[in-house]
Design a protein around this ligand. Structure first.
Ligand SMILES: [Zn+2]
Length: 171
């Protein structure tokens, strides 16, 4: 079976951790911390143990948490204890940093809790809202995150259905 892909190619290469390619352009990625862990991370220096954030939203990979981001979460929730961060929502955004003459995209956490869960459809521009179909209610956030993982952008229920139909037509 073949699956047509859309979005940044890097997200199909790196399987282990959340990257800047997982965050939509022009919007924060809002995720809920499940727990904080220490994981083996493969980098240029070899294998290293790094602090990571694991999310309630299982479709998103864990995120490596550096000191800058750990400080931002401490500030947002007024606690340096990692167990206090559980069940808290964080807003993740893309930042560009310069190091050794090269610019790199990296993930940053806002120093304040997400103000609102309101997400906008990147196709029609409407607010993504809960949707009820066949007696089942899909939460706006689940719809948005599902579209983000499948199509690489936030979509409302209607636009996601259309994107799915287009994808199936091409398959
Ligand atoms: Zn839409």
């Amino acid at each position: 079976m073949s699956e047509k892909l859309t979005g940044d190619f890097r997200k199909f290469m790196d399987k282990s951790f959340l990257g800047s390619w997982d965050v939509p352009d022009g919007g924060d990625l809002i995720l809920t911390i499940d727990h904080v862990a220490r994981d083996d991370v493969q980098n240029e220096k070899g294998r290293e143990k790094k602090m990571t954030l694991h999310f309630k939203e299982r479709e998103f990979k864990p995120m490596i948490c550096n000191t800058t981001n750990a400080k931002a979460i401490s500030k947002a929730y007024n606690s340096t204890k990692v167990e206090d961060w559980e069940n808290k929502k964080i807003a993740i955004y893309k930042a560009t940093i310069s190091a050794f003459g090269q610019t790199q995209e990296c993930l940053r956490v806002r120093e304040y809790p997400p103000k609102s869960d309101e997400l906008f459809c990147e196709c029609c521009g409407e607010v993504i809202s809960d949707h009820t179909a066949d007696g089942k209610t899909y939460k706006a956030k689940a719809i948005a995150n599902n579209a983000l993982s499948k199509f690489g952008k936030y979509l409302c229920y209607e636009c996601a259905q259309q994107a799915k139909a287009e994808q199936e037509a091409q398959a």
